[in-house]
Design a protein around this ligand. Structure first.
Ligand SMILES: Cc1cc2nc3c(=O)[nH]c(=O)nc-3n(C[C@H](O)[C@H](O)[C@H](O)COP(=O)(O)OP(=O)(O)OC[C@H]3O[C@@H](n4cnc5c(N)ncnc54)[C@H](O)[C@@H]3O)c2cc1C
Length: 319
């Protein structure tokens, strides 16, 4: 296979990848963005974004269309259906990026393959998987859409507790469903949750799971089961928030860069350098990511600015 030489290869055309491409291409670096599907990533799945500064409301696809137009106007190339399978760092410091059809030879790589919300795997979850239809995975993103409604939140970790507290600022009632008696979240958060629950908006259902999400066009109820007694009940609600973790899309990296125990890419937070010289990371796939649109884009920008330091002096990597 012939090698295609590029200054910068960006892996993933989600918000982080497109943010990186904008800066890299405007800096006149020959830039390609590879995506295993089409541009957009997770934000394509929502029709309402309300927390992007200065934009009142926009759909994910509309925002991505605008980003793609802007990025390609500066001559960045975006390649759809190009899933990256392997990366090899050569002895001369150049980086090979292999898709099933092509090999790119890059001076710099920016990894932006994102993450996926872990699914509950119950009936109704896929059907209503949009805040507008009632299933959400992000309290920070979608809580305002459930003002004065009754929602169910599911999970027992830090994100579940924090986002349940956030939901309680908007909703008239939040029923938190947790499959155990003890939370995994840090004690200080759990104390805050218990205190808030005393005020009446949050109700905690311990030892319970959601077994299905029900409704015709929108979520209307959820079926809960007590794991100890096996008793089931149908609870009317307007939405279900699922907080059971995230899976980073980093399996293809296969030991090339250091990952944490959950598979997120290790990096230094200032320049977003990974463990391998020339390979930067940005967005939801990195350790410590805020998992938001604006922070993913900002990460891409930081990585694209940092790469200039490396190209000027590769020794900078260790500094
Ligand atoms: C339904 C929903 C609603 C949301 N709403 C909001 C909101 O209102 N506000 C907000 O701030 N955030 C929101 N988010 C979160 C936001 O979408 C993410 O934080 C953001 O998309 C992360 O961007 P990213 O580029 O890091 O990753 P992603 O968006 O996950 O993009 C990663 C891209 O990499 C590609 N890719 C993965 N592996 C490979 C590979 N091996 N080779 C090539 N390409 C690959 C994927 O196809 C994907 O296009 C929402 C998320 C969802 C799911």
């Amino acid at each position: 296979m012939a090698e295609i030489s590029k200054d910068v290869v960006i892996i993933g055309a989600g918000p982080a990848g497109l943010g990186a491409a904008l800066y890299s291409a405007r800096d006149r670096f020959d830039t390609v963005v590879l995506d295993k599907f089409v541009p957009g990533g997770q934000i394509n799945l929502t029709d309402r974004i309300e927390n992007y500064p200065a934009i009142g409301q926009i759909s994910g696809p509309d925002m991505i269309d605008a980003m793609v137009k802007q990025v390609t106007s500066f001559d960045a190339e975006i390649k759809n259906n190009s899933e990256v399978e392997t990366i090899i760092r050569r002895d001369d410091g150049l980086l090979e990026v292999h898709t099933d059809e092509e090999v790119y030879l890059a001076k710099v790589i920016i990894l932006t393959p994102g993450s996926e919300y872990r699914k509950l795997g119950v009936e109704g979850e896929e059907k209503f998987r949009q805040a507008g239809a009632g299933v959400s995975y992000c309290g920070t993103c979608d809580a305002p859409f459930f003002r004065d409604k009754h929602v169910i939140s599911i999970g027992g970790g830090n994100v579940a507790v924090e986002d349940t507290l956030h939901l309680a600022k908007f909703c008239k009632k939040v029923t938190m469903v947790h499959r155990r008696q003890e939370f995994r979240a840090t004690p200080i958060l759990v104390e805050e949750l218990i205190e808030e629950a005393k005020k009446g908006i949050i109700e905690i259902r311990y030892d319970s799971v959601v077994t299905s999400i029900n409704g015709s066009n929108k979520v209307e109820s959820a079926t809960l089961q007590n794991v100890k007694t096996q008793d089931s009940e149908i609870l009317d609600c307007d939405g279900v928030f699922i907080f059971v973790g995230m899976n980073p899309n980093t399996k293809f990296l296969n030991g090339i860069v250091d990952l944490d125990e959950s598979g997120f890419i290790q990096c230094d937070p200032r320049y977003l350098r990974t463990s391998v010289p020339g390979i930067f990371v940005a967005g939801d796939c990195r350790v410590g990511a805020a998992m938001q649109l604006v922070t993913a884009i900002a990460d891409g920008v930081v990585a694209a600015l940092s790469l200039k330091e490396y190209l000027r002096d590769p020794g900078w990597w260790r500094s």
